[in-house]
Design a protein around this ligand. Structure first.
Ligand code: NAD
Length: 396
């Protein structure tokens, strides 16, 4: 079949197998063009490995550090006339290149929040790797079935306290407008913390440590977003920010538990990029479109892979990481620099539907969004017949 993007709101319901393969290859090519990294990361586990920051982390671990990687993601397999999710194709593409390079690479697909997946990972590490040196926690999910209580928690992307009247962007229509966002109830805030906070990260470390599969000097990193005060009403000072505060709490708790291994646990604050998760957050597409334009004009733009390469090269593989006063790794320093933020803030009150093309980079945002699903990648023939099953049976 010929596969075209089919966009519904902030998701694309199709994915292009050749395009996803080329997108993964492009990222691997970038990492291979950079100096090799020596972070004593020989074996890495990446939770949320199939897209966005998790996929980039797996690529840098494998092709920058030369690590064997085990990945976990939650993706949909293809059916006869329906494509898989992009992450499903990305995982296959990554494994193919890693295997050809002589690297161990295995991906387990299923619910990372469950005890069953934790056990599968432990069994796989025991059988194939022995112990791991690094765990990257890069899950982004709207729901979490709690493994101990059975409660299905849902996250809500809402402000706290008072309603918020704020500028935003309809990416589909290219229209800047104001949105009224109702504040979260205490239950919604608690739900968001349960899904995107640090408890599951702690459960992972507890399970892996009890099983004896963490190597001496083991390190773990989880990703956060702090961002600019322009997005604080819907992010850092909102439900998601509460969840991310809980990640900071969990990092400190995990550091304590890793002391016998002389290990370390850090939250790393990353820059805003277009991912499946971030496209769903109101205000973020407008902020990111302005940010991309300003960072490109200032010659400072980073995409997902260049950003994660910098995280590994300058923080994880370069002696002790340099930390902020909360003990976090910061690679959002360029996004949050005065030169960038002053200019984004100057444009914020001015930006409108009419001048979006002059002040912001909506085209860049849209292109990055399509690339997530394998569309718009250089060198891919989008008129060619694709086999959504990639020669496999629908059962996988
Ligand atoms: P993404 O949507 O691109 O990827 C999410 C990953 O989680 C996918 O691999 C998906 O399969 C996996 N996943 C989701 N639910 C799962 C489950 N139940 N079991 C197993 N796997 C599951 O997300 P992203 O934007 O790369 O976000 C990753 C992390 O980075 C998040 O913590 C996010 O807050 C953080 N972050 C993102 C940005 C940004 O701008 N995108 C900025 C800073 C920090």
């Amino acid at each position: 079949m010929i596969i075209r993007p089919r966009i519904r709101g902030f998701i694309c319901t199709t994915a292009h197998p050749d395009g996803c393969r080329a997108h993964v290859a492009e990222q691997i090519g970038y990492v291979r063009s950079q100096p090799a990294l020596d972070g004593r990361i020989g074996k890495a586990l990446v939770l949320g490995c199939s897209g966005g920051y998790g996929l980039a982390s797996r690529i840098v671990a494998a092709f920058g550090c030369g690590a064997d990687t085990l990945g976990v993601s939650f993706e949909k397999a293809p059916a006869e006339n329906k494509t898989a999710t992009a992450g499903w194709y990305n995982n296959i593409a990554f494994e193919d290149v890693a295997h050809r390079a002589g690297r161990y690479a295995k991906t387990l697909d299923g619910d990372a929040f469950s005890d069953a997946m934790k056990q599968r990972v432990i069994d796989t590490i025991r059988a194939d790797l022995g112990q791991i040196d690094l765990l990257v926690y890069s899950l982004a999910s709207p729901v979490r079935a709690h493994p101990r209580t059975g409660v299905l928690h849902r996250s809500a992307i809402k402000p706290l306290g008072d309603p918020v009247h704020i500028k935003t962007l309809n990416v589909d229509k290219g229209e800047v407008h104001y949105a009224d966002l109702d504040p979260a109830t205490p239950e919604e805030t608690a739900g968001t913390v349960a899904v995107m906070g640090g408890e599951d990260w702690e459960f992972w470390i507890d399970a892996l440590q009890s099983a004896g599969v963490l190597a001496p000097g083991f390190r773990t990193v989880a990703y956060t977003y702090i961002g600019s005060e322009l997005t604080w009403p819907i992010y850092w000072h909102a439900t998601l920010g509460k969840a991310k505060e809980d990640l900071d709490r969990a990092a400190a708790a995990i550091r304590g538990r890793l002391a016998p291994l002389e290990g370390d646990a850090r939250v790393a604050s990353l820059k805003a990029v277009v991912s499946q998760a971030s496209s769903a957050i109101p205000v973020v597409p407008l902020y990111a479109s302005l940010l991309f334009r300003v960072m490109k004009e200032q010659g400072l733009h980073e995409d997902i892979i260049t950003h994660i390469q910098r995280l590994f090269a300058t923080q994880l593989c370069d002696g002790a990481p340099r930390l902020d006063d909360q003990g976090r790794i910061r690679v959002d320093d360029v996004e949050l620099s005065a030169a960038v933020q002053d200019e984004v803030k100057r444009r914020w009150p001015l930006v409108s539907t009419e001048n979006l093309g002059e002040l912001a980079d909506l085209d860049g945002f849209r292109a990055d969004f399509l690339r997530i699903f394998g569309f718009g990648i250089a060198g891919v023939d989008y008129e060619s017949e694709q086999d959504p099953l990639m020669g496999r049976t629908a059962e996988g």
